[in-house]
Design a protein around this ligand. Sequence first.
Ligand SMILES: [Fe+2]
Length: 182
Amino acid sequence: MKIILGINSYHADSSACIVKNGKVLAAIEEERINRIKHWAGFPEKSIKECIRLSGINCNEITDIAINTKPTSNLPHKFLFFFKNYFFSKKILEIFFRYKKRITIKNLLLKEFNFGNRVRFHFIDHHIAHISSAYYPSNFEKAVGLTIDGSGDFSTLTISECSKNQIKIIKKNIISPFSWNFL
Ligand SMILES: [Fe+2]
């Protein structure tokens, strides 16, 4: 049995959902609870509400999927940071924003009583978007297209979706030298 907690954290419209053996049991955006539109922090209340609505116990969750993969396009992220923020007043703000994303596992383990064998999965942002369309579609084969501004340093991807696998075949990566978007 697989019970997956999916979270969209530190990104616009923070949210959570619980999927049990491929079926969505609960899903909610944090803004519906905290009443702050497009809230983009840690979705603590959504996680609690999803657990309550789905009637499962926290320690039954087998996997946690997170909406970003800090190592995706890492050289571009790194160069962008150095080019734009190394000598800037915002350096600490940007550093702590990134730190929150890579240490989210610690926060989740601190705040919730997950079992010892729960597995964490950091999912590339665009793969997460395509997954939300491809897997519920029941299509055996499909072409995935994401246009986002931006996720994990990419704004557009094209994927081959086949036999429950998603493979990015083309992607646009933000050049660290083109524009300043943060
Ligand atoms: Fe996105």
